[in-house]
Structure formats: C-alpha cells, structure tokens
Design a protein around this ligand. Sequence first.
Ligand code: HEM
Length: 201
Amino acid sequence: MTASIKAWQLFWLLAAVISIAICLGLPFADFHAFRGTEFIVLYSVFCALPLLLVAFTASSLVVLWPSRTARWVLVNRRYIGLAFAFAMVWHFVFVGYFMASFGNRVRWFDLTLDIVGACFLLAMTLTSFRTFSRHLSSSTWCRLHKTGIYTLWLLPTYFFLDDYLETLQPYWLALFAVFLAAGTLRFLAWKRRPVVLRSAA
Ligand code: HEM
C-alpha cells in the first residue's frame, strides 16, 4: 500500500488529512474567548507535530531498523516535511488571529524561538524546490536542513518540558518524552554510522 502512494500524491493526501483534522477541531474553538482561541492554536500545532517527528526520525529508522516502510518514509521525507510546513500554516493563521485579538502573551524568549523556528521552516520549504536550492551548494543546503530540523525538533521539546515544569501535568511530560525519544533515535543512529559518514547523517 505504502509504495503506491508517494511524492506529491502523498503531500496532497497529508494536506487533506490535516485540513480535515483542523476542520473537525473548529467546532470546539471559541474565537471570541482567549482560552477558546488558544485551544485551536494548540490543536493546530498538535496536528502538525506528528509529521515533524516522522521527517526527523526517517533517516534514523533506516539505520536502526531497515525495512521497506522505513525506506519509503525516507524517500518521501521531502513531501512529509512539506506537509508539516503546510500544517504549520494553519498554526500561523490561528496564531495571527490569536495575537491580533488578544495581544501577545508569549514570553519574549519563547517568541524569539518561535520566530527562529518559523524562519528555518520557511528557508527549508523554499529550498526544497530547485528554483531556490540551485543557489546553494550541497553542503550549505545540508547544513541549513540539518540545523533547521534540529531547531524545529528542539522547540516543542523545550516547550513541553517547560510546560511540565510549570504545571507538573503528566501529559506534558509524556509529550516531552516522545520528543526526547525521537532525539535519542537520532543519536543512536548517528553512533551506529561509520565515523566517515557521520557528518552526512
Ligand atoms: C512566528 C512564529 C510563531 C508564533 C508567533 C507562534 C505562536 C504560538 C502561540 C501564541 C502559541 C500558544 C501558546 C499558549 O498560549 O500556550 C504557540 C504554541 C505552540 N507552538 Fe507556535 N508559534 C510560532 C512558530 C512555531 C514553530 C516554528 C513551532 C515549531 C514546531 C511552534 C510550535 C509550537 C508548540 C509546540 C506550541 C505548544 C506550546 C506549549 O504547549 O507550550 N510554533 N505558538
């Protein structure tokens, strides 16, 4: 099944699934209230994050547990990453409305991280297309995408740990653990690669 869906077909399928999931969340949002709008801001990012995790761990899964599915994920990582960017557009739309309606209540440090993450996301999205990537050498392209994916992974990891430390709610700890596990997979895969190939991971 997996082999038959690929490339742009996969992107549009994921974009449709994300959009349907967002629409299903809309009845639970209340755009007149702070909490009701915050709900959809968080809900939209939760719809996007599974795609980030898949794109982030794709290369590690091939190294640690090689299989047809792992290879299919790696081959289609570009489209999964682009679907993540698409899903984040929903987040940005809701964030824009949230801030315009209720002002900025995000701490400056978190906001700075958000903006850095958004800049990486934009740069990675644009350079996923030949029109932009042809202006970069392959090593610059690799550095950009590697720094970008680690930054995008670090953001939710840090936010969830911070939420847990503030509220001591176990679900924030569980979310932090999921992201930490993804980071651990990257580390284990990096360790398993021959030393000469590590910088290309
Ligand atoms: C201009 C860029 C961005 C802005 C202004 C922004 C703004 C926001 C706001 C207002 C919230 C709700 C905070 C709350 O009330 O709890 C939020 C949540 C969140 N955003 Fe974004 N965001 C941006 C980019 C990103 C990026 C690039 C990521 C990367 C994955 C991201 C991941 C998250 C996560 C994980 C949450 C949930 C945080 C938590 O539970 O504490 N955001 N964002």
